[in-house]
Design a protein around this ligand. Structure first.
Ligand code: SAM
Length: 209
C-alpha cells in the first residue's frame, strides 16, 4: 500500500478491455439486483463509477443515475457510452472526494464498486452518503475481502488492502445505516506476485438509511 496517486486517466481507454473485470462488475450488478428492488423511479449515485461498468448495468432500471469519479479520463469513456446510446438518464460528475469534498443531491440508492479501497477516510465518505440518501434509501458497497496487498500489481493509490467485512459493517452502522447484510458477490482468480493463481473474493454489503 502507498499513498501515491494511481493514474486512472491513463488506464481509461483500456479499462473495459479486460473480460474478467467486466464479468466481475456484472456479478456485482446481479447481486445488487438480488437485494434491492430496482424500480424505474430510482435516483441512483454510482460513486467511483470509472468508465461506468456498473452505471450502465443499472441504468435501464433507474429514473436517473449519476456517475461520480475523480478521473476525467474514466468519465470521458462513460460520456461516450452515454452519447453513443443517446441516454438521457445518465449523468456524470467529476469530483475528487478527498479534495473537493462534498457530494450533492438526494438519492434513493448509492452504489460503489471496487472504489472504497482507494479512499483514505471511509468514515467521512459514509457520513456523506448518509446525508444525501433519502429516508429508506439503500447503500450497496462492493469491494475486496481483506488481502495481503497482492490483488493489485501496483499498490499506488490503494489505502486499504481489502476490508474485513465485520469492521466495514461497523463503520457503516456508526454512520447511521441499518439492516446491514453481507454476501460474496463475485470471485476473481488471477496470478499473484509469485506467479501462482489466487482466488479473490468480492463482497457486497447492503444497508438501509
Ligand atoms: C478500481 S476503479 C473502479 C471503477 C468502477 N467502479 C468499476 O468497478 O469498474 C476505482 C475508481 O475510483 C475512482 N476514485 C479513486 N479515488 C477517488 C476519489 N478520491 N474521489 C472520487 N473517485 C475516486 C478512480 O478514478 C476509479 O475510476
Amino acid at each position: 500500500m502507498n499513498g501515491e496517486k494511481r493514474n486512472f486517466d491513463q488506464e481509461a481507454a483500456s479499462w473495459d478491455a479486460k473480460p474478467e473485470r467486466v464479468r466481475l462488475v456484472a456479478d456485482i450488478a446481479s447481486a445488487i439486483a438480488g437485494e434491492i428492488k430496482l424500480t424505474p423511479s430510482l435516483d441512483v449515485l454510482d460513486f467511483g463509477c470509472g468508465t461506468g461498468l456498473l452505471t450502465m448495468q443499472l441504468q435501464p432500471f433507474a429514473h436517473s443515475i449519476t456517475g461520480v469519479d475523480s478521473s476525467p479520463g474514466m468519465l470521458d469513456v462513460l460520456k461516450k457510452k452515454i452519447q453513443d446510446q443517446n441516454l438521457t438518464n445518465v449523468k456524470t460528475c467529476c469530483l475528487d472526494i478527498e479534495k473537493d469534498g462534498v457530494l450533492e443531491g438526494s438519492y434513493d440508492l448509492i452504489v460503489s464498486s471496487m472504489t472504497f479501497h482507494h479512499i483514505k477516510d471511509i468514515s467521512s465518505l459514509l457520513n456523506q452518503f448518509f446525508n444525501i440518501l433519502l429516508p429508506e434509501g439503500h447503500l450497496c458497497i462492493a469491494d475486496l475481502d481483506i488481502d495481503d496487498g497482492q490483488f493489485h500489481e501496483n499498490n499506488a493509490g490503494v489505502f486499504h488492502a481489502g476490508f474485513d467485512r465485520e469492521n466495514l459493517s461497523s463503520l457503516i452502522r456508526n454512520a447511521g445505516f441499518q439492516d446491514i447484510k453481507c454476501q460474496t458477490a463475485a470471485r476473481l482468480t488471477k496470478p499473484v506476485h509469485n506467479g501462482s493463481d489466487r482466488e479473490f473474493k468480492i463482497f457486497l454489503i447492503t444497508s438501509c438509511r
